[in-house]
Design a protein around this ligand. Structure first.
Ligand SMILES: [Zn+2]
Ligand SMILES: [Zn+2]
Length: 428
């Protein structure tokens, strides 16, 4: 399952109340998405643990990027944000970053954001964590919070200066955390009908927390009088759900998929010692082997499921699984050369996924032929097995298949009413 880790990083000396409120706000935000709850993980501390080698690589990346922009990259400043934690390991410390981005006790929050982006370099991807940095320093321009896809920065110092009562301050501060998280998780998406572009995409609905002026007293008071279930409007909620499902590849609870791969290498073993998942796999593959008159051999000593089906001609199918939902299928001929598994094994995979009540997800598979056979097996199964991340069936794809597979795929595509030219890009 794809997890998004949210790291809570506090400037040294930040009040206990702000730490508590940040934690509460993050939890409130996650609770808005019960279907994706298991995809989130909240941790304390800073994420930026790197070894020196990684940092050297990031410096090189940054130099190139800055060069292209005609700017120079301040390498000394870059290294200044890191603290050596153990030999060879460093981490970016929020306190050091805030100190670098401050002048006369006032924080330049844009600069802080830039430092943080630089410390990650080009390494950001959809599984990268989100960092929530809360500083006690007030920010220049009375900026309360700022965000990007890598994280959120909030100045508790600015909020503190507003002179609010403790109760109001708490609600206000939490709103800021949630608003900024909204940006990070795709709220007020530009394609949404209800948005305006101003310092990031904002919502036109004055009752929504993504409203441009949501930090004003008027807007705050109105929202809190309403006591709605979600502080966001339904359009913004929809944008975030869309982002979570399509960009972050979160999986809805109860909708897990069996991920199929095609690697002859052993799959990494999972830490838990539960081997019960092997039974369901054995039922399918052992039965299939017996029916064909092939030899089924399983290495039951291994933590992973590991079975070989040897055919009369000497070729061997290899099925491995590290859990009930991660399976790899490969095959070799009698001389030990890797070959394409027969259609029968793909049918077994579809049957197994069906028994588990799961979809089939296309994992690490290099050849179009393998993908096509897996697709055919899913579509031929009665009822058809749902597919996830299946390839687009275009001419290039079809032309790279064996003639028999191509013909079958085209035929199945028609019978299953599958658009032979899948729509590219976003679905809305
Ligand atoms: Zn905003
Ligand atoms: Zn909205």
């Amino acid at each position: 399952m794809n997890k998004k880790t949210i790291f809570l990083d506090f400037e040294e000396g930040l009040g206990k109340n702000y730490r508590e409120w940040t934690r509460e706000a993050v939890q409130d935000f996650i609770n808005l998405f019960p279907e994706y709850k298991d995809n989130f993980e909240v941790k304390n501390g800073n994420v930026g643990y790197h070894d020196i080698e990684t940092l050297d690589a990031i410096v090189a990346q940054n130099k190139e990027i800055y060069n292209q922009r005609g700017q120079s990259f301040d390498e000394a400043e870059f290294w200044d944000q890191f603290k050596v934690t153990e030999p060879g390991k460093c981490h970016a410390s929020l306190s050091k970053q805030v100190a670098l981005a401050s002048k006369d006790g006032v924080l330049d929050i844009q600069k802080l954001k830039k430092l943080q982006a630089d410390s990650v370099g080009n390494t950001y991807n959809r599984t990268s964590p989100v960092i929530i940095g809360v500083s006690k320093q007030p920010a220049a321009g009375n900026i309360r919070g700022i965000s990007s896809e890598i994280g959120v920065n909030i100045s508790a110092g600015t909020c503190e200066r507003l002179g609010l009562s403790r109760e109001v301050l708490k609600a206000y501060f939490k709103d800021i955390v949630i608003h900024e998280l909204g940006h990070t998780f795709g709220a007020a998406n530009e394609n949404q009908r209800n948005t305006v572009e101003n310092l990031g995409s904002h919502c036109k609905d004055p009752n929504c927390l993504m409203y441009e002026y949501s930090y004003t007293g008027d807007s705050f008071n109105r929202r809190h009088r309403q006591k709605k279930e979600s502080p966001f409007c339904s359009d913004c909620m929809e944008s975030m759900r869309y982002h979570m499902e399509h960009d972050l590849k979160f999986e809805r609870k109860g909708q897990e998929a069996v991920e199929v791969e095609n690697t002859p290498e052993p799959l990494p073993e999972k830490a838990d010692k539960d081997r019960k998942f092997k039974k369901d796999l054995r039922t399918v593959f052992k039965t299939a082997a017996e029916k064909e008159g092939s030899k089924y051999k399983e290495n039951i000593q291994k933590q992973n499921y590991f079975a070989e089906i040897t055919h009369k001609d000497g070729s061997v199918d290899r099925i491995q699984a590290s859990s009930a939902s991660r399976i790899s299928l490969s095959a070799q001929d009698k001389d030990g050369k890797e070959k394409m598994p027969d259609m029968e094994r793909f049918k077994n995979l579809a049957e197994y996924a069906h028994n588990q009540g799961k979809k089939i997800s296309f994992g690490n598979i290099k050849t179009p032929e393998f993908k096509a056979r897996l697709m055919i097996a899913c579509m031929e199964h009665r009822p058809p097995v749902e597919m996830k991340n299946a390839p687009e069936i275009n001419d290039d794809f079809l032309n790279s298949l064996e003639p028999k597979t191509r013909q079958k795929l085209q035929q199945q595509g028609k019978e299953n009413n599958l658009p032979l030219m899948a729509v590219k890009g976003k679905e809305r």
